[in-house]
Design a protein around this ligand. Structure first.
Ligand code: BG6
Length: 510
């Protein structure tokens, strides 16, 4: 067990320390992969650093390459040194990695699960108690059903005297049909209450703050509906390209990579009804209701509500960068979109006829994830002539990254003898209000999964409802040959996206 290091006054960290987590052995499948190195192992280290891990915590790495426990501990240590959000403390790191185990082999081989079973039993014997077990599937998605079925075949999926949980990374299927089949195969082995499907956006502080914002303040609810809100615009723009992920990305594309999961989750948080209790299934019930109320794209009119494009060469942050088709590993005739914009409507009493615009893209002008809620204009402007020129509808901007915070634009009088108005912003910034660094999404999610709290994970029906919205668009795009419209790297995206927005309005600048 790792000794926590004293930290500055961080309210969330105090929360982590207070809530007990049952002693657990965590098994990471794909432990030498990119996600484990960049996110999972550093997140586990940071939990250890904060004293957030259970009193007894053991780590087992599993992946295809053969190596000793020591070699894995060294690799894990290097990854943590390279990617941890805080420089690691040698004592905490040593205590965390002393005693880690590694099991190498292909994920369909019985030997892997036999060795795994022995390692897990040895940890129980050492503790003198049955420990909870959590299996984290951070592998290529084709192995998800294989691993789950092998865990079942080797009776590692359930125990009478402790909890067993499985954490499944994205993508959860690449179509509705695949997602259904995967759910079916997973749920033949595990109960839904044991399954934790990851959408790392739900672990972000600012996404959770959206619920606090809506449901802990009386100010917003009266206007949070079609009578006052004109439009909702959700943006997840990235300045980076696809890096070394061509193998995955070229089969996914922007719609599957970000819209189907992260962006629809953001939409749910904006649009859901207040749950009666802040409890996993109640929150997920409300989100599913929203997803089911989204008007399903009609295959005949996909072009009216969805735009796709690919980045061409350009300049980002002063650096010349290649276009998508020139990236390493991308076929030169690829029709995979690196930009997607869609216009959705939610058919219910609160939101009928309010457009929800979602857009995401790689290699745009900068990285920004935000939700912009524009209110309807005031019904009558009493100011004379140029007094009215600067009046704009109020906008509430919730920024997830960078500069996490909330800003509300208001019309204010410009000082002076004339009545002239222009928008000013009222701002709340996380950094200055709480003076603390937010934990990484994976820290919160790993801990919640070990605790058995599924609030920030996607339920089976939720994942399928997300696919029901995206499937018709995916199918239409796959059936329509390219080449795709291009946008210059470092730009605001393709001009084609402008045709989605209603007359008079335009996308916010990225
Ligand atoms: C991942 C996508 O789920 O989210 C990536 O696969 C994307 O393509 C990433 O870059 C964005 O996450 P974040 O936390 O940087 O906004």
């Amino acid at each position: 067990m790792a000794t926590p290091v004293e930290t500055h006054d961080n309210p969330l960290v105090e929360g982590l320390e207070r809530l007990p987590v049952h002693p657990t052995t965590l098994v990471i499948f794909g432990a030498t992969g990119d996600l484990a190195r960049r996110k999972l192992l550093p997140a586990i280290y940071n939990l250890a650093h904060e004293g957030g891990l259970p009193e007894r915590f053991n780590l087992v790495g599993t992946s295809r390459s053969e190596m000793t426990d020591e070699a894995f501990a060294n690799e894990a240590g290097e990854a943590i040194r390279q990617f941890s959000r805080r420089p690691p403390d040698d004592t905490v790191l040593k205590e965390l990695l002393d005693g880690v185990r590694y099991v190498g082999g292909t994920f369909d081989s019985d030997a892997v699960y036999e060795q795994l079973g022995q390692a897990l039993d040895a940890y129980d014997d050492e503790a003198g108690d049955p420990l909870n077990r959590a299996f984290y599937l951070s592998t290529a998605p084709e192995f998800f059903p294989v691993i789950v079925e092998q865990l079942g075949a080797h009776k590692l999926q359930r125990r009478d005297d402790a909890e067993v949980r499985v954490i499944i990374e994205k993508p959860f299927g690449t179509t509705l049909e695949e997602a259904r089949q995967l759910n079916h195969r997973v749920l033949r082995v595990f109960r839904e209450s044991q399954v934790f499907r990851i959408d790392h956006y739900l672990g972000k502080e600012t996404v959770q703050n959206l619920m606090a914002f809506r449901f802990a303040n009386g100010l917003f609810e009266p206007v949070w509906n079609r009578n006052y809100i004109d439009r909702v615009e959700i943006t997840a723009a990235e300045d980076l390209g696809i890096g070394t992920r061509a193998g995955y990305y070229d089969h996914a594309g922007a719609l599957r990579d970000l819209v189907q999961n992260h962006m629809l989750q953001l939409l749910c948080h904006v649009a859901m009804e207040p749950p009666v209790h802040f409890e996993a299934n109640e929150i997920r019930d409300e989100k599913v209701k929203v997803l089911r109320a989204v008007l399903k794209p009609d295959p005949e009119s996909i072009d009216d509500i969805a735009v796709r494009a690919q980045y061409a060469a350009g300049t980002v942050g002063g650096e010349d960068v290649p276009g998508y088709l020139q990236e390493e590993g991308v076929p030169p005739d690829s029709n995979t979109e690196t930009y997607a914009a869609i216009r959705l409507e939610i058919e219910n009493w609160r939101w009928a006829a309010v457009p929800f615009y979602l857009r995401t893209g790689k290699r745009l002008a900068r990285k920004v994830t935000e939700i912009a809620i524009t209110l309807k204009p005031v019904p009558h402007l009493a100011f004379q002539q140029d007094g009215s020129v600067g009046v704009r509808p109020n906008q509430l901007i919730l920024t997830m990254q960078p500069n996490e915070g909330v800003s509300l634009s208001l019309g204010a009088k410009i000082p002076g003898s004339r009545m002239r108005i222009r928008p000013v912003n009222m701002e709340f910034l996380y950094g200055t209000s709480f003076m603390s660094q937010s934990p990484e999404a994976y820290e919160r999610l790993i801990l919640d999964a070990m605790r058995g709290d599924a609030t920030l994970f996607t339920r089976n029906d939720e994942v399928e409802a997300q696919w029901e919205i995206c499937d018709p668009i995916v199918a239409k795009w796959e059936a329509t040959p390219g080449p795709l419209p291009q946008y210059e790297a470092g730009s605001q995206g393709p001009a084609e996206a402008d045709r989605l927005v209603d007359d008079g309005a335009h996308w916010r600048a990225i």
